[in-house]
Design a protein around this ligand. Structure first.
Ligand code: HEM
Length: 306
């Protein structure tokens, strides 16, 4: 969706680290003349020396990374709570992915994920193998490649918020680099989207949902009776076609008998986009099932289905 494009696609996960930060932890930065070192306050001289290692093709300051790990393991529960709060407030469209998630169990899962990354920093084969399996699972959860930078940024921001000043910019930079490296390997395990598109394409012909006629004169997005993940690609295709050229559209939804989280998530993205871009969306006879499903997932407000 266009809105996601603005906030996610093209997102530079490191952009928020400013130039003046101590995140410039390349070994060169730590080279200094003895005279220069003498002039520095004692605290500066005690600063940990960066130890750059290569992990999955990324250069990472291991010293900062391990220091961050030590700090993070003490505050996992608070961090998870803060992280989910921020994630769902800022990106409500991802909430359905976590509909079966017990927040309390997530601290343990986060602990396991961080430990796995840290334990295998020097064992790239094991790291790759585990991340590949995790990537396959995440594709099944509905996690999109565009979600990864957002999750990485918010997780690191939560650690920073909770830990405070001891969580330095060098630590943020090291963790961002590791999470980006991990995300790349996880996403590389995703099944080729082209295969999915090809398998869905005939369906686009059969279940064509965009109509340009209607009483109101606006183009119509026609939701299918079963609107699930198998039709999400087609739905996204139709939504993109509609928003490019129109100021007002109708969604015909009287026939919806079943709609899953992936379809609702797409619709939320459409409404968020509409909100930001003055696109008017009119529901035409939304079915009770659609309204109930949106209500169960807490999306009725975003979808203006109250
Ligand atoms: C480097 C990035 C990430 C790491 C290391 C990671 C790690 C994990 C781990 C260890 C689990 C536990 C279950 C499993 O291993 O399959 C998990 C579950 C999950 N993750 Fe991630 N994740 C990452 C990114 C994401 C992203 C970007 C999303 C999408 C918003 C996401 C959504 C989920 C969901 C929906 C679950 C299932 C939660 C449940 O157990 O109910 N993850 N993740």
């Amino acid at each position: 969706m266009a809105r996601e494009k603005k906030s996610m696609i093209g997102f530079d996960p490191l952009a928020w680290l400013d130039d003046s930060s101590d995140s410039k932890s390349a070994p060169e930065d730590n080279k200094e003349t003895p005279a220069a070192a003498k002039k520095k306050p004692a605290e500066k001289q005690k600063k940990d020396t960066a130890n750059m290692i290569m992990v999955l093709g990324h250069s990472i300051d291991e010293t900062a990374l391990l220091k961050g790990y030590g700090l993070a393991t003490d505050v996992l529960e608070e961090t998870v709570v803060d992280f989910y709060d921020e994630l769902f407030t800022r990106y409500p469209a991802v909430k359905p992915l976590f509909e079966n998630t017990e927040e309390k169990a997530q601290a343990g899962k986060l602990a396991a994920a961080l430990k796995l990354l840290v334990d295998n920093l020097h064992n790239e084969d094991a790291l790759k193998a585990t991340l590949t399996v995790m990537g396959e699972r995440h594709q099944g959860y509905g996690a999109l490649p565009d979600h990864y930078p957002v999750v990485a940024e918010l997780l690191i921001a939560s650690f920073k918020k909770i830990i405070g000043r001891s969580w330095t910019k060098a630590i943020s930079a090291a963790w961002m680099e590791l999470l980006v490296a991990g995300a790349e390997t996880m996403c590389a395990a995703y099944k080729d989207e082209i295969v999915e598109v090809e398998s869905v394409e005939p369906e686009i012909q059969e279940t064509e949902s965009v109509e340009t006629l209607v009483d109101s004169g606006h183009p119509v997005l026609h939701l299918n009776s079963i609107q699930d993940i198998s039709k999400s690609q087609a739905l996204k295709h139709d939504m993109l076609a509609l928003i490019n050229d129109n100021d007002e559209i109708d969604i015909h939804a009287s026939e919806v008998e079943r709609i899953d989280g992936s379809a609702l998530q797409l619709l939320c993205a459409l409404f968020n986009y509409a909100h930001q871009n003055n696109l008017v969306i009119n529901w035409i006879n939304p079915s009770d099932i659609l309204k109930e499903s949106a209500q169960i997932l807490g999306m009725q407000q975003i979808l203006e289905l109250q």
